[in-house]
Design a protein around this ligand. Structure first.
Ligand code: MTE
Ligand code: MO
Length: 371
Protein backbone atom coordinates (compact mmCIF):
# COMPACT_ATOMS: atom_id res chain seq x y z
CA UNK A 1 0.00 0.00 0.00
CA UNK A 2 2.93 2.34 0.61
CA UNK A 3 6.26 2.90 -1.00
CA UNK A 4 9.02 4.82 0.67
CA UNK A 5 10.45 7.74 -1.26
CA UNK A 6 14.17 7.79 -1.54
CA UNK A 7 15.98 10.99 -0.58
CA UNK A 8 16.48 12.26 2.91
CA UNK A 9 14.34 15.37 2.94
CA UNK A 10 10.61 15.66 3.19
CA UNK A 11 8.50 17.35 0.58
CA UNK A 12 10.94 17.02 -2.29
CA UNK A 13 9.90 19.64 -4.81
CA UNK A 14 6.91 20.74 -2.76
CA UNK A 15 8.37 22.96 -0.11
CA UNK A 16 9.85 26.42 -0.50
CA UNK A 17 13.32 25.53 0.68
CA UNK A 18 14.18 29.04 1.85
CA UNK A 19 11.35 29.31 4.29
CA UNK A 20 12.83 26.50 6.40
CA UNK A 21 15.94 25.66 8.36
CA UNK A 22 16.97 22.19 7.14
CA UNK A 23 17.96 19.36 9.50
CA UNK A 24 18.28 16.11 7.50
CA UNK A 25 14.83 14.51 7.32
CA UNK A 26 13.31 17.41 9.31
CA UNK A 27 12.62 21.04 8.39
CA UNK A 28 12.18 23.86 10.89
CA UNK A 29 9.93 26.91 10.68
CA UNK A 30 11.81 30.22 10.63
CA UNK A 31 10.53 32.57 13.33
CA UNK A 32 11.82 35.58 11.35
CA UNK A 33 9.53 34.49 8.50
CA UNK A 34 6.38 34.39 10.63
CA UNK A 35 3.66 36.69 9.27
CA UNK A 36 2.56 38.61 12.35
CA UNK A 37 -0.84 39.34 10.81
CA UNK A 38 -1.67 35.60 10.60
CA UNK A 39 -2.74 33.47 13.54
CA UNK A 40 -2.23 30.08 11.89
CA UNK A 41 1.04 28.89 10.42
CA UNK A 42 0.68 28.54 6.63
CA UNK A 43 0.86 24.87 5.68
CA UNK A 44 3.85 25.53 3.40
CA UNK A 45 5.81 27.02 6.33
CA UNK A 46 4.87 24.33 8.88
CA UNK A 47 7.77 22.30 10.31
CA UNK A 48 8.15 18.64 9.29
CA UNK A 49 9.54 15.95 11.55
CA UNK A 50 10.04 12.57 9.87
CA UNK A 51 11.74 9.58 11.48
CA UNK A 52 12.33 8.17 7.98
CA UNK A 53 10.69 9.68 4.92
CA UNK A 54 7.30 10.66 3.60
CA UNK A 55 5.46 7.62 2.18
CA UNK A 56 3.18 7.74 -0.83
CA UNK A 57 -0.20 6.42 0.24
CA UNK A 58 -2.85 5.61 -2.36
CA UNK A 59 -6.10 7.17 -1.13
CA UNK A 60 -8.17 4.69 -3.17
CA UNK A 61 -6.82 1.62 -1.38
CA UNK A 62 -6.14 3.31 1.98
CA UNK A 63 -7.84 1.69 4.98
CA UNK A 64 -7.64 2.57 8.66
CA UNK A 65 -7.56 -0.78 10.52
CA UNK A 66 -8.94 -0.90 14.05
CA UNK A 67 -8.55 -4.03 16.17
CA UNK A 68 -7.74 -5.37 19.62
CA UNK A 69 -9.35 -6.82 22.75
CA UNK A 70 -10.62 -3.35 23.67
CA UNK A 71 -13.31 -3.70 20.98
CA UNK A 72 -16.60 -5.57 21.45
CA UNK A 73 -15.76 -8.31 18.92
CA UNK A 74 -12.08 -8.35 20.02
CA UNK A 75 -10.85 -8.71 16.42
CA UNK A 76 -7.23 -9.64 15.76
CA UNK A 77 -5.25 -7.49 13.34
CA UNK A 78 -6.22 -9.90 10.52
CA UNK A 79 -9.89 -9.45 11.43
CA UNK A 80 -9.58 -5.66 11.83
CA UNK A 81 -12.51 -3.34 11.23
CA UNK A 82 -11.44 -1.26 8.23
CA UNK A 83 -12.50 2.26 7.32
CA UNK A 84 -11.91 3.67 3.85
CA UNK A 85 -11.16 7.35 3.29
CA UNK A 86 -14.68 7.88 1.95
CA UNK A 87 -16.13 6.28 5.09
CA UNK A 88 -14.01 8.56 7.29
CA UNK A 89 -15.04 11.60 5.25
CA UNK A 90 -18.71 10.68 5.69
CA UNK A 91 -18.48 10.74 9.50
CA UNK A 92 -19.47 13.87 11.50
CA UNK A 93 -16.66 16.38 10.96
CA UNK A 94 -14.99 18.66 13.46
CA UNK A 95 -12.22 21.25 13.34
CA UNK A 96 -9.81 22.36 16.03
CA UNK A 97 -7.21 25.11 15.87
CA UNK A 98 -4.26 23.67 17.73
CA UNK A 99 -0.52 23.82 18.06
CA UNK A 100 1.56 20.83 17.08
CA UNK A 101 5.02 20.91 18.63
CA UNK A 102 7.95 18.53 18.59
CA UNK A 103 9.08 17.24 21.99
CA UNK A 104 12.64 18.30 21.12
CA UNK A 105 11.72 21.88 20.16
CA UNK A 106 14.38 24.17 21.67
CA UNK A 107 16.88 21.32 22.12
CA UNK A 108 19.87 23.41 21.04
CA UNK A 109 19.46 25.70 24.05
CA UNK A 110 20.47 22.85 26.37
CA UNK A 111 23.85 23.35 24.70
CA UNK A 112 23.98 27.10 24.12
CA UNK A 113 22.39 28.20 27.41
CA UNK A 114 23.19 25.36 29.81
CA UNK A 115 26.40 23.89 28.33
CA UNK A 116 24.87 20.40 28.23
CA UNK A 117 24.35 19.37 24.60
CA UNK A 118 21.85 16.62 23.83
CA UNK A 119 21.79 14.42 20.72
CA UNK A 120 18.93 14.71 18.25
CA UNK A 121 17.62 17.26 15.78
CA UNK A 122 19.23 20.58 16.65
CA UNK A 123 15.99 22.57 16.76
CA UNK A 124 15.91 26.21 17.79
CA UNK A 125 12.28 27.18 18.55
CA UNK A 126 10.75 26.50 15.13
CA UNK A 127 9.53 22.92 15.62
CA UNK A 128 6.05 24.26 16.26
CA UNK A 129 3.12 25.48 14.24
CA UNK A 130 -0.55 26.21 14.76
CA UNK A 131 -3.05 25.01 12.16
CA UNK A 132 -6.76 24.46 11.84
CA UNK A 133 -7.13 20.71 11.67
CA UNK A 134 -10.27 19.17 10.21
CA UNK A 135 -11.39 15.59 10.50
CA UNK A 136 -13.30 13.10 12.58
CA UNK A 137 -13.15 12.80 16.36
CA UNK A 138 -11.19 9.66 17.25
CA UNK A 139 -14.06 8.95 19.67
CA UNK A 140 -16.41 8.59 16.68
CA UNK A 141 -14.11 6.06 14.99
CA UNK A 142 -13.63 4.12 18.23
CA UNK A 143 -17.34 4.03 19.00
CA UNK A 144 -18.11 2.77 15.50
CA UNK A 145 -15.46 0.09 15.98
CA UNK A 146 -17.14 -0.95 19.24
CA UNK A 147 -14.78 0.30 21.95
CA UNK A 148 -15.64 -1.26 25.32
CA UNK A 149 -15.54 0.31 28.79
CA UNK A 150 -12.59 -1.91 29.80
CA UNK A 151 -10.33 -0.49 27.05
CA UNK A 152 -7.48 1.55 28.52
CA UNK A 153 -5.10 2.37 25.66
CA UNK A 154 -5.04 3.02 21.91
CA UNK A 155 -1.85 2.40 19.93
CA UNK A 156 -1.63 4.41 16.71
CA UNK A 157 0.67 2.99 14.02
CA UNK A 158 2.07 4.93 11.04
CA UNK A 159 2.42 3.62 7.47
CA UNK A 160 5.93 5.03 6.98
CA UNK A 161 8.86 2.63 6.73
CA UNK A 162 10.14 0.99 9.92
CA UNK A 163 12.54 3.20 11.86
CA UNK A 164 16.08 1.85 12.01
CA UNK A 165 18.39 3.65 14.41
CA UNK A 166 21.95 2.56 15.23
CA UNK A 167 21.25 -0.73 13.42
CA UNK A 168 18.23 -1.54 15.59
CA UNK A 169 14.94 -1.94 13.73
CA UNK A 170 12.29 -0.40 15.96
CA UNK A 171 9.42 -1.18 13.60
CA UNK A 172 6.82 1.28 12.44
CA UNK A 173 6.48 4.61 14.27
CA UNK A 174 3.76 3.95 16.86
CA UNK A 175 2.80 5.11 20.32
CA UNK A 176 -0.06 4.38 22.73
CA UNK A 177 -2.31 7.03 24.28
CA UNK A 178 -4.79 6.50 27.12
CA UNK A 179 -8.38 5.84 26.04
CA UNK A 180 -9.47 8.79 28.20
CA UNK A 181 -7.43 11.18 26.03
CA UNK A 182 -8.42 9.36 22.83
CA UNK A 183 -12.11 9.83 23.63
CA UNK A 184 -11.67 13.41 24.81
CA UNK A 185 -10.30 15.66 22.07
CA UNK A 186 -8.11 13.63 19.70
CA UNK A 187 -8.89 14.09 16.02
CA UNK A 188 -8.35 11.80 13.04
CA UNK A 189 -7.21 14.63 10.78
CA UNK A 190 -8.05 14.70 7.08
CA UNK A 191 -7.55 18.43 6.42
CA UNK A 192 -4.98 21.04 7.39
CA UNK A 193 -5.91 24.73 7.09
CA UNK A 194 -8.91 23.83 4.92
CA UNK A 195 -7.04 21.69 2.37
CA UNK A 196 -6.47 17.93 2.21
CA UNK A 197 -3.57 16.97 4.46
CA UNK A 198 -0.33 17.27 2.44
CA UNK A 199 1.90 14.17 2.15
CA UNK A 200 4.54 15.51 4.56
CA UNK A 201 1.96 16.11 7.27
CA UNK A 202 0.37 12.67 7.04
CA UNK A 203 -1.87 12.28 3.97
CA UNK A 204 -4.42 10.82 3.89
CA UNK A 205 -5.02 10.73 7.67
CA UNK A 206 -3.13 11.44 10.89
CA UNK A 207 -3.84 11.90 14.57
CA UNK A 208 -3.79 15.28 16.26
CA UNK A 209 -3.42 14.90 20.02
CA UNK A 210 -3.98 18.45 21.31
CA UNK A 211 -1.53 19.71 23.91
CA UNK A 212 0.60 16.58 23.83
CA UNK A 213 4.12 15.93 22.59
CA UNK A 214 4.14 15.97 18.78
CA UNK A 215 5.16 12.32 18.49
CA UNK A 216 1.72 11.28 19.77
CA UNK A 217 0.19 12.78 16.62
CA UNK A 218 0.98 9.78 14.39
CA UNK A 219 1.06 10.63 10.67
CA UNK A 220 -0.02 8.34 7.80
CA UNK A 221 -2.28 6.60 10.30
CA UNK A 222 -2.66 2.95 9.31
CA UNK A 223 -3.73 1.12 12.45
CA UNK A 224 -5.32 1.64 15.82
CA UNK A 225 -4.93 -1.16 18.35
CA UNK A 226 -7.39 -0.82 21.23
CA UNK A 227 -6.36 -2.74 24.33
CA UNK A 228 -7.55 -3.55 27.83
CA UNK A 229 -3.87 -3.87 28.84
CA UNK A 230 -1.08 -1.29 28.91
CA UNK A 231 0.90 -1.26 25.63
CA UNK A 232 4.48 -0.38 24.92
CA UNK A 233 6.46 0.74 21.89
CA UNK A 234 10.00 2.15 21.66
CA UNK A 235 8.32 5.56 21.44
CA UNK A 236 7.10 5.33 25.04
CA UNK A 237 9.76 3.03 26.54
CA UNK A 238 13.04 4.13 24.93
CA UNK A 239 12.38 7.44 23.17
CA UNK A 240 10.32 10.38 24.39
CA UNK A 241 11.05 9.83 28.05
CA UNK A 242 12.75 12.23 30.44
CA UNK A 243 15.92 10.43 31.46
CA UNK A 244 18.53 12.02 33.69
CA UNK A 245 19.70 12.54 37.23
CA UNK A 246 16.67 14.58 38.15
CA UNK A 247 14.21 12.11 36.70
CA UNK A 248 15.20 8.68 38.03
CA UNK A 249 16.55 5.69 36.12
CA UNK A 250 13.32 4.76 34.36
CA UNK A 251 12.52 8.32 33.45
CA UNK A 252 9.02 9.49 32.77
CA UNK A 253 7.03 9.07 29.56
CA UNK A 254 6.00 12.39 28.11
CA UNK A 255 2.53 13.70 27.50
CA UNK A 256 1.46 17.35 28.04
CA UNK A 257 3.77 20.05 26.65
CA UNK A 258 5.07 22.89 28.84
CA UNK A 259 4.83 26.68 28.30
CA UNK A 260 7.20 28.48 25.92
CA UNK A 261 7.73 31.75 24.06
CA UNK A 262 9.50 32.98 20.93
CA UNK A 263 10.17 36.30 19.23
CA UNK A 264 9.23 36.77 15.55
CA UNK A 265 12.75 37.92 14.94
CA UNK A 266 15.87 36.52 13.34
CA UNK A 267 18.62 35.27 15.59
CA UNK A 268 21.14 38.11 15.97
CA UNK A 269 18.74 40.56 14.32
CA UNK A 270 20.13 44.03 13.68
CA UNK A 271 18.12 46.97 15.07
CA UNK A 272 18.71 50.73 14.99
CA UNK A 273 19.48 52.77 18.10
CA UNK A 274 16.94 55.53 18.64
CA UNK A 275 14.37 54.03 16.21
CA UNK A 276 11.15 52.49 17.39
CA UNK A 277 10.95 48.76 16.70
CA UNK A 278 7.80 46.77 17.34
CA UNK A 279 8.89 43.49 18.87
CA UNK A 280 6.40 40.70 18.33
CA UNK A 281 6.22 37.15 19.53
CA UNK A 282 4.03 34.27 20.59
CA UNK A 283 3.65 32.13 23.72
CA UNK A 284 1.95 28.77 24.03
CA UNK A 285 1.34 25.89 26.42
CA UNK A 286 0.07 22.35 26.08
CA UNK A 287 -1.91 22.64 29.30
CA UNK A 288 -3.82 25.90 29.18
CA UNK A 289 -4.27 29.30 27.58
CA UNK A 290 -1.64 31.97 28.31
CA UNK A 291 -2.21 34.00 31.45
CA UNK A 292 0.53 36.60 31.04
CA UNK A 293 3.79 37.35 29.24
CA UNK A 294 6.76 39.38 30.43
CA UNK A 295 9.56 40.68 28.23
CA UNK A 296 13.02 41.77 29.31
CA UNK A 297 15.07 44.08 27.09
CA UNK A 298 18.11 44.09 29.34
CA UNK A 299 19.04 40.45 29.66
CA UNK A 300 16.65 39.72 32.52
CA UNK A 301 17.29 42.60 34.93
CA UNK A 302 13.89 44.20 34.46
CA UNK A 303 10.62 43.02 32.94
CA UNK A 304 7.79 44.78 31.13
CA UNK A 305 4.42 43.57 29.94
CA UNK A 306 3.83 43.35 26.20
CA UNK A 307 0.30 43.80 24.83
CA UNK A 308 -1.46 40.52 24.17
CA UNK A 309 -3.74 40.57 21.13
CA UNK A 310 -5.90 38.22 19.11
CA UNK A 311 -7.27 34.84 20.14
CA UNK A 312 -5.82 33.28 23.30
CA UNK A 313 -7.30 29.87 23.80
CA UNK A 314 -6.14 26.55 25.07
CA UNK A 315 -4.12 24.73 22.36
CA UNK A 316 -3.51 27.83 20.26
CA UNK A 317 -0.92 30.45 21.03
CA UNK A 318 -1.09 34.01 22.32
CA UNK A 319 0.41 36.78 20.20
CA UNK A 320 1.99 39.81 21.84
CA UNK A 321 3.81 43.00 20.89
CA UNK A 322 5.85 45.70 22.46
CA UNK A 323 7.36 48.91 21.06
CA UNK A 324 11.03 49.32 21.92
CA UNK A 325 13.46 52.10 21.13
CA UNK A 326 16.92 50.59 21.63
CA UNK A 327 18.77 53.28 23.61
CA UNK A 328 22.34 52.80 22.42
CA UNK A 329 24.43 50.65 20.08
CA UNK A 330 25.61 47.34 21.48
CA UNK A 331 24.66 43.72 22.01
CA UNK A 332 21.43 42.96 23.84
CA UNK A 333 19.57 39.86 24.93
CA UNK A 334 15.80 39.89 24.63
CA UNK A 335 13.86 37.52 26.88
CA UNK A 336 10.19 36.51 26.85
CA UNK A 337 8.67 34.61 29.76
CA UNK A 338 5.11 33.31 29.76
CA UNK A 339 2.83 32.00 32.48
CA UNK A 340 -0.09 29.76 31.56
CA UNK A 341 -3.49 29.56 33.22
CA UNK A 342 -2.47 26.34 34.94
CA UNK A 343 0.10 28.45 36.81
CA UNK A 344 3.27 27.27 35.12
CA UNK A 345 5.81 30.02 34.45
CA UNK A 346 8.87 29.52 32.26
CA UNK A 347 11.91 28.96 34.49
CA UNK A 348 15.44 30.34 34.00
CA UNK A 349 16.90 26.85 33.54
CA UNK A 350 15.57 23.33 33.20
CA UNK A 351 17.18 20.12 34.53
CA UNK A 352 19.04 18.27 31.80
CA UNK A 353 17.59 15.13 30.25
CA UNK A 354 19.57 12.78 28.02
CA UNK A 355 17.56 13.36 24.84
CA UNK A 356 17.10 17.10 25.20
CA UNK A 357 13.31 17.13 25.41
CA UNK A 358 11.05 19.93 26.66
CA UNK A 359 13.45 22.87 26.80
CA UNK A 360 10.99 25.33 28.28
CA UNK A 361 13.36 27.71 30.07
CA UNK A 362 13.39 31.36 28.98
CA UNK A 363 15.40 31.67 25.75
CA UNK A 364 17.93 34.52 25.56
CA UNK A 365 17.53 36.03 22.09
CA UNK A 366 20.54 38.09 20.97
CA UNK A 367 20.19 41.26 18.90
CA UNK A 368 22.74 43.80 17.73
CA UNK A 369 21.85 47.48 17.94
CA UNK A 370 23.67 49.78 15.51
CA UNK A 371 23.97 53.55 15.50
N1 MTE B 1 4.13 7.93 11.26
C1 MTE B 1 4.83 8.94 11.81
N2 MTE B 1 4.18 9.83 12.59
C2 MTE B 1 4.85 10.85 13.14
C3 MTE B 1 6.26 11.00 12.97
C4 MTE B 1 6.91 10.06 12.12
O1 MTE B 1 8.12 10.14 11.86
N3 MTE B 1 6.16 9.04 11.57
N4 MTE B 1 6.91 12.02 13.61
C5 MTE B 1 6.26 12.51 14.82
C6 MTE B 1 6.89 13.65 15.43
S1 MTE B 1 8.27 13.35 16.37
C7 MTE B 1 6.34 14.91 15.34
S2 MTE B 1 7.00 16.21 16.16
C8 MTE B 1 5.16 15.16 14.49
C9 MTE B 1 5.48 16.21 13.43
O2 MTE B 1 4.38 16.47 12.60
P1 MTE B 1 4.60 17.32 11.26
O3 MTE B 1 5.73 16.69 10.49
O4 MTE B 1 3.30 17.29 10.55
O5 MTE B 1 4.95 18.73 11.67
O6 MTE B 1 4.71 13.99 13.82
C10 MTE B 1 4.79 12.82 14.59
N5 MTE B 1 4.15 11.74 13.89
MO1 MO C 1 8.76 15.29 17.49
Amino acid sequence: MTTSETGGEPGTGEVDRDCFVHHGTDVEMRWDGVDSTQFCTPTEAFFVRNHTSTPVVDPATYRLSVYGDGLRAAPTSEQAIRFSLDELRAMPARTITSALECTGNGRRFFDSQQASPAPGTDWALGAIGVATWGGVPLAEVLHRAGVVAEAIEVMAVGLDEPYVHERVDHGRVRRPIPVAKALDDVLVVLEMNGEPLPPDHGFPARLLVPGWVGVASIKWLGELEVSTQPMTSPWNTVFYRLRGEEYGAEGAALDVLPVKSAFELSWNATLRAGSVTVLRGRSWSGAAAIESVEVSLDGGDSWVSPTLFGPNERHGWARWELAWTPPAPGHYELLARATDRSGRRQPDTVPFNADGYLFWAVVRHPVTVRA
